[in-house]
Design a protein around this ligand. Structure first.
Ligand SMILES: N[C@@H](CCC(=O)N[C@@H](CS)C(=O)NCC(=O)O)C(=O)O
Length: 234
């Protein structure tokens, strides 16, 4: 079977993995998950006990969660090195380092902002504290990322890789939360423009918006979430 990538909308980090699958170009399917309506229930918890996206149903029908694990699964099958580098090279090491930085501290810095936004019983004083703390954390991680960007066209070299696809779904949260002064990060801004201009990323953004963009042909279509749960959940 073809692997099925469950991606979340709106504004999920998994948009980058959709771009990565598209760019690798091997047959895959997608499953669209409305994170606001379809994730916080027992049925979805049978697919991912942490009730998050992304999730991959592998070509063996196994459930694989966590962005880094799914990226590693794809990297191992990226024989033409369309989104990765040969193992045991300095380029591969740097790509993994940047992916880890983005998926841990950079992504986690947004957590207080999401908590403030999604609070079931709004508490203005706590929300203000969370927003203040979150904006400081996001700014600090942006400072660090800006310093890690070199003069290559993309994050880990001169072509789009898993480092860029890990970043692109998350980086836009800064505007969503009005968390940073964008002008303070010119290298990141230029990098994001280059990533977002990539055809595979444009494809993923279109898919996220509910469109049916013309892609490489590798995506064989969408599978309904109910069907994925029925067939593959524990
Ligand atoms: N550690 C997980 C985190 C995934 C994650 O935070 N997913 C977000 C969407 S980008 C999510 O599902 N959030 C919903 C929630 O936690 O309520 C990974 O890297 O895959």
């Amino acid at each position: 079977m073809e692997p099925i990538l469950l991606y979340g909308f709106p504004a999920g980090s998994s948009m980058g993995l959709v771009a990565a699958f598209e760019r690798v170009g091997q047959p895959y399917r997608l499953c669209r998950v409305d994170m606001l309506a379809e994730m916080k229930n027992d049925a979805y918890a049978r697919i991912n006990g942490r009730q998050e996206t992304p999730v991959l149903i592998t070509d063996e029908g196994k459930v694989l969660t966590e962005t880094m694990a799914i990226a590693a699964w794809l990297e191992a099958r990226d024989s033409e090195r369309r989104v990765s580098f040969e193992q045991h090279t300095p380029e591969a090491d740097r790509m993994h380092q940047l992916m880890a930085f983005v998926n841990t501290g950079f992504t986690a810095a947004f957590s207080p902002l999401w908590v403030a936004l999604e609070m079931a019983s709004p508490d203005p004083a706590l929300q203000a504290t969370l927003r203040d703390f979150g904006r400081k954390a996001v700014t600090e991680r942006h400072d660090r990322l800006e310093a890690m960007i070199t003069d290559t066209d993309f994050l880990a070299g001169d072509r789009l890789t898993l480092a860029d696809t890990t970043l692109i779904g998350v980086a836009r949260w800064a505007e969503y939360h009005e968390a940073i002064d964008g002008a303070a990060y010119p290298k990141l801004a230029a990098l994001r423009r280059r990533i977002e201009a990539d055809p595979a990323v444009r494809y993923a953004l279109g898919v996220e918006d509910g469109e049916r963009p013309v892609g490489s042909g590798a995506c064989l279509g969408h599978v309904p979430l109910a069907e994925v749960i029925e067939r593959y959940a524990a």
